[in-house]
Design a protein around this ligand. Structure first.
Ligand code: ATP
Ligand code: MG
Length: 562
């Protein structure tokens, strides 16, 4: 990936790594991104991916992709596949360094035996409820399990029988023997192996005991020679256990765990568990619903990988949890597309216009700029004829003085075309305006009047005869409040925005868009940035997604409330 800009302050993790390289502590840095394959990746994961793979790219080092697949109950190969695709799509590559924690199950079992032999682990028959009661609180020490002091031989025998499937789930577990009075509750004899009679998507029915995260993670890092194990702040207390396992087993390599602040964005939920609920309860159309802040959702929505990487760069890496405004993410993609997306004309809610003094059988080609600020992007031609579509909102019957668009007697500029004046309106039986009769000034081709008269309003349009009819999907934020999952009384789903998806049929788009490719993004002038929907669009029924509006319509609302 790209090098960091030289003038940008280096974050605290990169500082530590630079020191470790300089002092010779490490010759090569090895990081890892360790997702659990129990859901699709979201924008929060992107932060971790950009950090881990970014560091590797900067130092000629490597970043491993490791599936932390120790809970077969919730995991599947569908998720493994999607995670791989998403990491690649973001622009990163793990090369040959693809690993699974499940590949280490044999070794982890051996390590567990070692702990038992050292008198540092025991099989405990307390139920999970009893364990909770024994654990104590922040102010009170825990109580020792009655099974804590059984002999090594007995523990070895029981652990083997656990492995052999002699016990039902929940009847016993292997616990590390540490300190029931530790001020750090995580150190009060944590469970390191549990029984689960569940087959695993990779190891099948070989195992019916599975190692817990805290035991698996540090040892997997160690086995892979990870130098810096970067994780989010909620694992700060787990670091003591991470170090305890490696120190106790006296492993040849001891990666350093460093915590950083997780990404939180307002107006959304971030945890996979909640995203899964939205999917399973059909509040959205799937993991890749363009309203979801999953990588696959953002991809389908039309975000570019570069804009997501830029976003992660902008928010930076810190040590304190904070909230990032959704507007920052939207602005990043807007800024990216503003430079790269060609401009086109598309009428989302069409109103017919007939140019009464334009000959019925005449057609002409007008020249339009693909990017007014970037001449290198060239021009294209727009067909013009007697019947056009304009936006319904560009017409008002009783227009106030400052309405510089269409109303009877008013003149506007059709972008790249002519000045037209509205002469008459046609209504249907219900009184709805269905057509405007206008005249054009043939002297104003290209949009300027030779007599220098000023016309303030410029509107977009599409030739009716040449229109590409399309479905257009407009998205808004999925939640109406800043912190949907922080209300103690209400479920986060009560804050779902009922207007987060608006589907428009028969939108009138300029004909050049019939050649749009799946990876192209466009600015529909005055309407925002759009791309084809990768899933639902067909040549005979094009479907466009709005990626983002041209301006942040939420900024005012959010500010007003504050
Ligand atoms: P979630 O809490 O959303 O369910 P998770 O932490 O359980 O996510 P994992 O698959 O375990 O998901 O995460 C893989 C890696 O991504 C971890 O190193 C984790 O710290 C990191 N990660 C997850 N969420 C975020 C976030 N919001 N910001 C930064 N990093 C994150
Ligand atoms: Mg996790």
């Amino acid at each position: 990936m790209t090098e960091q800009a030289p003038d940008k302050p280096v974050d605290f993790i990169r500082q530590i790594i630079a020191q470790d390289l300089q002092s010779g502590k490490h010759k090569q840095v090895i990081t890892r991104f360790p997702p659990e394959p129990n859901g699709f990746l979201h924008i929060g994961h992107a932060k971790s991916i950009c950090l881990n793979f970014g560091i590797a790219g900067e130092n000629d080092s490597v970043c491993h992709l490791r599936f932390d697949d120790t809970n077969p109950d919730k995991e599947s190969t569908v998720y493994v596949q999607s995670i791989k695709e998403d990491v690649h799509w973001l622009g990163f590559d793990w090369g040959e360094h693809l690993y699974y924690a499940s590949d280490y199950f044999d070794k982890l079992y051996e390590f567990a035996l070692q702990l038992i032999n050292m008198g540092k682990a025991y099989v405990c028959h307390l139920s999970s409820e009893e364990m909770r009661q024994h654990r104590g609180t922040l102010t009170e020490p825990g109580k020792e399990s009655p099974y804590r002091n059984r002999s090594v031989a007995e523990n070895l025998d029981l652990f083997e029988r656990m492995k052999n499937g002699d016990f039902p789930e929940g009847t016993c577990a292997l616990r590390a023997k540490i300190d029931m009075a530790s001020p750090n509750i995580i150190m009060r004899d944590p469970v390191i192996y549990r029984i689960m009679h569940v087959s695993h998507h990779r190891t099948g029915d070989k195992w019916c005991i599975y190692p817990m995260y805290d035991f698996t993670h540090c040892l997997s890092d160690m086995l892979e020679g990870i130098t810096h194990s970067l994780c989010t702040l909620e694992f700060e207390n787990n670091r003591t256990l991470y170090d305890w396992v490696l120190d106790t087993l006296n492993t040849p390599c001891h990666p350093r765990q460093i915590e950083f602040a997780r990404l939180n964005i307002n107006f959304t939920v971030m945890s996979k568990r909640k995203l899964l609920q939205l999917v399973e309860e059909n509040h959205v159309l799937g993991w890749d619903d363009p309203r979801m802040l999953t990588i696959s959702g953002l991809k389908r929505r039309g975000f570019t990988p570069a804009s997501i990487r830029n976003f992660c760069d902008i928010i930076g890496i810190g040590k304190r949890d904070s909230w990032i405004d959704m507007g920052v993410l939207e602005k990043t993609v807007r800024d990216d597309l503003n430079v790269t997306a060609p401009r086109v004309l598309g009428v989302l809610k069409p109103l017919k216009v007939v140019i009464t003094n334009y000959p019925e059988d005449k057609e002409e080609e007008l020249t339009a700029l693909n990017h007014p600020q970037d001449p290198a992007m060239g021009t294209r031609s727009l067909p013009f004829c007697r019947e056009l579509f304009v936006e319904q909102t560009d017409f008002m019957e009783d227009a106030p003085r400052k309405f510089f668009r269409l109303s009877v007697g008013r003149e506007v500029r059709l972008r790249y075309a002519y000045l037209i004046t509205c002469q008459e309106i046609i209504k249907d039986e219900s009184g709805k305006v269905v057509e405007l009769r206008c005249t054009y000034d043939p002297e104003t081709r290209g949009g300027t009047a030779p007599d220098g008269r000023k016309v303030k309003g410029t509107i977009h349009w599409v030739s009716a005869r040449h229109t590409l009819l399309a479905e257009v999907r407009l998205y808004d934020r999925l939640f109406t409040v800043e912190h949907p999952d922080m209300d103690k009384e209400k479920d986060f789903k009560e804050f779902i925005n009922p207007d987060s998806l608006q589907v428009l049929q028969d939108c009138a788009l300029e004909p050049s868009l019939s050649a749009a490719g799946k990876n192209e993004r466009f600015q529909f002038e005055r309407q925002g940035y759009f791309c084809l929907d990768s899933k639902d669009s067909r040549p005979d029924h094009p479907v466009f997604n709005r990626i983002v509006t041209l301006r942040d319509s939420w900024a005012k609302l959010t500010k007003k409330k504050k």
